[in-house]
Design a protein around this ligand. Structure first.
Ligand code: NAD
Length: 360
């Protein structure tokens, strides 16, 4: 297969970690007989320096014309970088928000995997960490409280603020379908998280999710209240496969789930629209403190590229090959600085990329 990948290396460690993901993708192409064409685009701080704005129409158009977008990270040191003296709509992060909006990316996918080789980094009790876990949180990204009507006003002499949590059935249906589609490529279980004992929006959520579930008889559906989900994530994270939820619940639960994996350099992510198109990026930022030192952990970006293979290109065995290579490298004792522990072999960012490509 031939695929066109838009590449946004971005700022800070972005160019270093993306280069390693491309190295691994090239190895996959060689091994499985594919051709990946890359087009490098600017977004974020580097686009401000080159074009005066964090995102150009040209970058949006080129991303839309591609099969998927692979991204590093954008932004700089928020206290010292001149980018942060600009008005908010011209800062690096405005470019990312604008790009997500322009591409209609409404589903955020965050896998949270605890590799048994890194279980010491997990802050949970040893007996829980030892079981490991491998879940994916799917968060609705463009609706709910963060986008609803809001106002602050004085009512009968008392300051009052209102935020509106609004979802329509179409918004719920498309994210539910995405969750079931992803579950079909995983362990075929969906946990839908809501607060249906209190909220109308959650009762509609539950009803629509149940309708969608009928189209996926192979997938097991369970409903869980958000408060219980927060507890279950630290009590027994191994029970989850795909967890799907609305914007604010997902914001909070995905950070909780990331935290229990213990290492930011390992966390991949994807944002997708209704088609198989997606933007794939590590969950971490541009890490200005270690940028340009060949020290960053490229694994989150490499695992994001594996998600691109799986979800945008439907290349399951290629994605498996990359994920198995990552496990194999960890098993063999190779580590970057952020996940280093006693007795392991320390690699630079580029050496880690080489090693994973070799294991593919
Ligand atoms: P950060 O994630 O960049 O860094 C937090 C800590 O984690 C740092 O100590 C860093 O060295 C470490 N770290 C992050 N990724 C790593 C990796 N791959 N390997 C090893 N260590 C890693 O968060 P921050 O310092 O709060 O933000 C820095 C900049 O990144 C800011 O401008 C912020 O706005 C931006 N940011 C961008 C994105 C994105 O591009 N999607 C996401 C988050 C933050």
């Amino acid at each position: 297969m031939e695929k066109n990948i838009a590449v946004i290396k971005g700022d800070g460690i972005g160019p270093e970690i993306v280069a390693e993901a491309m190295k691994v993708l090239d190895k996959v192409a060689e091994k499985f007989g594919h051709k990946f064409n890359y087009e490098q685009l600017l977004m974020g701080g580097c686009s401000i320096d080159a074009n005066g704005v964090p995102l150009t129409d040209e970058t949006i158009a080129r991303c839309k014309a591609s099969d998927a977008v692979l991204m590093g990270s954008i932004g700089g040191n928020t206290t010292t970088s001149p980018w942060y003296k600009l008005p908010a709509n011209l800062r690096p992060e405005a470019g990312l928000l604008g790009l997500r909006k322009a591409l209609g990316l409404f589903a955020n996918l965050r896998p949270c995997v605890l590799y048994k080789q890194l279980s010491e980094a997990c802050p949970l009790k040893k007996e829980i960490a030892d079981k490991g876990f491998d879940m994916l949180i799917m968060r609705e990204l463009t609706g709910g409280l963060y986008f609803g009507e809001r106002k602050t006003e004085e009512v009968d002499g008392v300051m009052t603020a209102i935020d509106t949590l609004r979802y329509d059935e179409n918004e719920i249906r498309r994210i539910a379908k995405k969750a079931f589609d992803v579950a079909m490529q995983r362990r075929k279980k969906v946990t839908s998280v809501d607060k249906a004992n209190v909220l109308d929006s959650s009762r509609l959520w539950r009803k629509v999710v149940e309708e969608v579930a009928k189209e996926y008889p192979e997938v097991t559906l369970e409903h869980m209240l958000v408060d219980n989900s927060a507890m279950q994530l630290v009590k027994d994270p191994a029970q989850f496969d795909v967890m799907v939820t609305e914007n604010m619940f997902g914001d909070i639960l995905s950070d909780e789930a990331s935290m229990i994996t213990g290492s930011i350099g390992m966390l991949a992510s994807a944002s997708m629209n209704e088609t198989s198109f997606g933007l794939y990026e590590p969950s971490g930022g541009s890490a200005p403190d270690i940028a340009g030192q060949n020290k960053a952990n490229p694994i989150a970006t490499i695992l994001s590229a594996a998600m691109m293979l799986r979800y945008s290109f439907k290349m399951d065995k290629e994605a498996d090959a990359v994920e198995n290579a990552v496990s194999g490298v960890l098993e063999a004792g190779y580590r970057t600085g952020d996940i280093m522990s006693e007795g392991m072999k320390l690699l630079s960012c580029s050496e880690m990329g080489d090693k994973i490509a070799e294991f593919v």
